[in-house]
Design a protein around this ligand. Structure first.
Ligand code: FBP
Length: 332
């Protein structure tokens, strides 16, 4: 007899915690993201047939060339968040300013989101994702300002990976849980309850094409991972997908470390690439809740304070022992 799996709705409803009203708002928004994720998965499968590949022309606030699906994804997520009536503002990679909304209920949330992560994979049928984080709106006006704070202010975070299967992984501060979309019913079913990342891995992920711009400690750490040593399970294998969601998901399940360090060509002005509010901080909460660690190389990601909506930050994330080793190399 096939085991009946909890749906995302049931799993979220089962969590009440100390602030039932806040928990209800979190559940409503995460379910809303689950609903739009099923729509995005279908759209990705039809994109080439519907002339949805390629660029719209122009760049976003981060200077990235914008793909048609980036804009489509942004609009789909915005509509879904509005429909939840639990969202006060939406900070998106594809919008310079927060999109203010009219929520109901006592505990509205601010949602930070990268609607389509890994855009460079879109036109080559590679894996892409959606990354999200929820923060209390805390009565702020305009509400978007409530997103500017510490990573530890996030009350929930997660991602959706559009791969051979569509997977949704989320945390609301009591562990990290994974669901798989049943394409016949469009329901997310619990397939990975309480994910625990291995203490150490055998795989590292980084764009080695940037080696010339790395901090000396970063270069030494990668050289260490590549150096054969049976006793410590080295050399590690290199895996890099071009989509943070796919690289973090692999790392979460199999262990190891994913890194996007800052560009240190000018040591006085290190230049990170990935965005703090809707890429780096959400992934840090997901991985920490699974027993992992997330660092910039010198500090805990969740202790970083966001002062701008599209602020960037370096990230070294994954198995606790591997990230600690990387920090050790940064200290030397
Ligand atoms: P967007 O596609 O949302 O802009 O995300 C950034 C990203 O694609 C990450 O998903 C990925 O880890 C990284 O940039 C890849 O960067 P690069 O092409 O420099 O290796």
């Amino acid at each position: 007899m096939a085991e009946t799996r909890s749906t995302l709705h049931e799993h979220l409803a089962g969590r009440q915690g100390s602030l039932p009203e806040r928990a209800r708002a979190v559940s409503t928004v995460v379910e809303g993201i689950g609903r739009v994720a099923a729509v995005i998965a279908k759209e990705l499968a039809h994109a080439a047939l519907r002339d949805r590949l390629g660029y719209v022309g122009g760049t976003n606030v981060s200077g990235d060339q914008v793909k048609k699906l980036d804009v489509w994804g942004h609009e789909a997520v915005e509509a879904s968040l509005r429909a939840t009536r639990a969202c006060a503002a939406f900070i998106s990679e594809e919008a310079k300013e927060p999109v203010e909304m009219t929520p109901e209920g006592a505990h509205p949330l601010v949602v930070c989101c990268d609607p389509v992560d890994g855009s460079s994979n879109l036109d080559v049928n590679g894996t892409v994702g959606t990354i999200f984080a929820l923060r209390p709106a805390s009565g702020k006006t305009p509400a978007g300002q409530a997103a500017l704070g510490l990573g530890t202010d996030q009350v929930a975070a997660g991602y959706v990976m559009y791969g051979p299967a569509t997977t949704l992984v989320y945390t609301a501060g009591d562990g990290t849980h994974g669901f798989t979309l049943d394409p016949d019913t469009d329901e997310f079913l619990l397939t990975h309850p309480n994910i625990k990342i291995p203490a150490r891995g055998k795989v590292y992920g980084i764009n080695e094409g940037n080696v010339h711009s790395w901090h000396a400690g970063q270069r030494a750490y990668v050289e260490y991972l590549r150096t054969p040593d049976k006793a410590s399970g080295r050399p590690y294998s290199l895996r890099y997908s071009g989509a943070m969601v796919a690289d973090v998901h692999r790392t979460l399940l199999d262990g190891g470390v994913f890194m996007y360090p800052a560009d240190f060509s000018d040591p006085a002005k290190p230049k990170p690439k990935l965005r703090l509010l809707y890429e780096v901080a959400p992934m840090a909460m997901v991985v920490e809740q699974a027993g992992g660690r997330a660092s910039t190389g010198t500090e805990r990601v969740l202790d970083l304070r966001a002062t701008e909506y599209h602020q960037r930050a370096a990230i070294i994330i994954g198995s606790p022992d591997d990230v600690a080793m990387a920090e050790d190399f940064y200290r030397r």
